[in-house]
Design a binder for this molecule. Structure first.
Ligand SMILES: [Zn+2]
Length: 274
């Protein structure tokens, strides 16, 4: 599932390939995009910048137009050379932005819109976002304040609430909670300020470490998330996806449970995070 680190790296890759380039063709399966493209063609515009905001990806075009996409559970962006074979089938294509030197393809994207700067400023999905964990200006105190405003929420749900802070998904939620020895099913009210602060700092550090290509990342390779610091590829994560397997610290079997909206699973060690 795409989390803030994925979006950040995707924005980075798209910016390197597209920024400063003129769009030579634009194609989409999404009617809300083709409608705008018919009235105000995308081809001929220059890509000004590509940015990640929380889990949103913004491609800014000349002539006051921004393509906002959200990858949700299954979406992705790939960059290819013109004529290069795609790694996903044509039927998954939703958006193609081509320039003379590269072709950016958005696969399985359902949330996408073209906005001018006024509409972007009014975009409630963006306005409601809490502080962006990967932004340089990220404010730990602000994130803790927003957590405190949700005392009844389970901390495992609060961390995923993008209006508290933006960028965390299921993987980093479970991993940060393990690293801080906090049980995901504890309510925010029961945690001390220092615990919340260390949790926010840990989540930010884990996301940031994964947002920048490390020595194990190569072009075209599948990205492997890393939170344990281990060089062994089978020991990359502490608890996420490890139900029933021994805790890497104490050997107790890892447990997991769905909670909140019922689609989000938390993984934890019942002993270390008792
Ligand atoms: Zn343990």
């Amino acid at each position: 599932m795409p989390e803030g680190d994925t979006i950040y790296r995707t924005a980075d890759a798209l910016r390197r390939e597209l920024a400063g380039q003129v769009v030579t063709s634009f194609e989409s399966q999404l009617p809300q995009l083709t409608r705008v493209d018919e009235d105000a063609p995308i081809a001929g515009r220059t890509v000004v910048d590509v940015r990640a905001v929380g889990k949103h990806l913004l491609i800014e075009l000349s002539g006051d137009l921004v393509l906002r996409t959200h990858l949700r559970m299954r979406g992705s962006w790939h960059v290819y050379r013109p004529g290069e074979r795609w790694r996903r089938g044509q039927q998954h294509m939703r958006i193609v932005v081509a320039t003379a030197r590269s072709v950016a393809v958005g696969f399985d994207i359902t949330v996408a819109e073209l906005l001018d700067s006024r509409a972007l400023a009014r975009c409630s999905d963006l306005n409601r976002l809490g502080p962006d964990l990967l932004a340089e200006s990220f404010d730990v105190g602000e994130a803790v304040t927003r957590l405190r405003q949700r005392p009844e929420m389970l901390v495992g749900d609060a961390l995923l609430d993008q209006t508290v802070m933006a960028g965390i998904g299921n993987v980093f939620k479970s991993e940060a909670l393990f690293a801080c020895r906090i049980n995901p099913l504890v309510s925010v009210a029961r945690l001390r300020d220092e615990q919340l602060e260390s949790l926010v700092r840990k989540a930010r550090a884990l996301l940031a470490r994964n947002a920048r290509p490390g020595p194990w990342a190569g072009r075209g390779q599948t990205w492997l998330r890393q939170t344990t610091g281990s060089l062994d590829p089978s020991a990359r994560l502490w608890v996420y996806g490890r139900t029933g397997r021994p805790c890497r610290q104490c050997g107790t079997p890892i447990v997991s449970r769905l909670h909140g909206s019922g689609t989000r699973r938390s993984y934890w060690c019942p002993k270390c995070q008792g």
